[in-house]
Design a protein around this ligand. Structure first.
Ligand code: G3P
Length: 217
């Protein structure tokens, strides 16, 4: 399973990248706004800065909701850097736009996916990634990881090549469970990635080893 970081914060992207296990970045308009990035030039530059750090897939989301607007915006985003993946919302014109980008050799990430039916449509349109939002599914009293498992099973049975990218990850257990049920990618906040490191027995064991090491000749 690939690890993406779900943030537009350059310091956090650098920190995750320095771990040596980062495979890409996802952003969205909320995450960009959180970093105070405003205006087209600043937005495009920020995506370029992210690409320069990770040199791996970086999802950049369109904010148009009509086919022509999404295609125009997506072309500009894709021109920033070869690593850009155009992120498109799961709406009717979005499916048309994904098909257009697929036919024109531009990678896409279909976002705001909450059902297996939506995931089938994204795959049929040739999306490179499909992004089910599992934390938000959990918030609405359904099991987000079950959705990942169902989509992974459908894609496997049907031979779809679209990668299942588990998004809206809220904790380390989400990552472990997504790995278990066959997600191709998990995009996570830095805190959830670092959460995988934690175990009290590791801390206790290391403290003991270091204490005993002082008694070594
Ligand atoms: O990748 C999608 C993600 O950014 C949404 O996460 O926590 O706002 O549901 P969240």
């Amino acid at each position: 399973m690939k690890f993406f970081i779900d943030t537009a914060n350059l310091d956090q992207i650098r920190e995750a990248n320095d771990l040596g296990i980062l495979d890409g970045v996802t952003t969205n308009p909320s995450l960009m706004a959180k970093e105070g990035i405003k205006g087209t030039d600043a937005v495009l530059k920020h995506y370029k800065d992210i690409c320069d750090i990770v040199k791996a897939p970086v999802s950049a989301e369109v904010i148009s909701t009509d086919f022509a607007g999404m295609v125009e915006e997506g072309k500009k985003l894709a021109a920033i850097d070869p690593h850009i993946v155009v992120k498109i919302p799961m709406i009717k014109d979005g499916i048309k736009a994904i098909k257009w980008f697929t036919d024109n050799g531009i990678k896409t990430n279909c976002t705001l996916v909450f059902s297996s039916g939506q995931a089938i449509l994204a795959a049929k349109a040739g999306a490179t990634y499909v992004s089910p939002f599992i934390g938000r599914v959990d918030d609405s009293n359904w099991d987000g990881v079950d959705l990942i498992a169902q989509i992974a099973q459908i894609y496997s049975v049907q031979g779809f090549e679209t990668q299942v990218l588990a998004a809206s990850i809220r904790n380390a257990l989400h990552i472990v469970r997504c790995a278990e049920v066959g997600a191709d990618v998990c995009t996570c906040p830095l805190s959830s990635i670092l959460g995988l490191l934690k175990h009290p027995l590791t801390d206790l064991g290391l403290a003991q080893f270091l204490a005993d090491a002082k008694n070594m000749g």
